[in-house]
Unconditional design. Sequence first.
Length: 203
Amino acid sequence: MGEKSIVFVVDDDPGMRKSVCMALESAQLPVQAFESAESFLAVYQPGTTGCIVLDLSMPGMSGIELLRHLRSKEIHLPVLVVSGTATVPKAVEVMKLGIVDFLEKPADHRLVVQKVQEALAKDAVQRAGAVEIDSVRQRFAALTERERELLKLVINGRSNKQIADDMGISIKTVANHRAHLMEKTGALNAADLVRISMLAGVL
């Protein structure tokens, strides 16, 4: 978890906000509390990493409406719902919106902290993966048509001799092009080239 990761507690119950914040702070987690969805949206900066501990039933914008809004803006912060008034249809809807878990009030604060820590760890892994995918796609976008042709032959398991025949060039030239391709894509070996080709959407 990075230093900028923040746990946003969004709940209109002041007692609940205070107790959850104390539990999270005791676990050394940076916390910001909000009494409404609107007050959270007024402060939240897209791109800020963290997690939301969310109540569903609040005056004004409900927790479900906040979730829908965030997802519509492609904001995929992990969300832990802690609510005492959820019906089965509401619970099903928030699960479909991609929450990490659903806890009923009164929730054990130790469990809330555990779920938040798990959500932050999972989010960090996903963000790191997204960064790698972006980097790989940028490298592959820089390949020439000739390099893309070579790439497809390499990941299809063609030998240097076969590639030389396919492309009408010498084996030595294939070896040079292949070394350049590995360097340009950042692949460690042929197996790694296949892996990152999958990340880039080539395979």
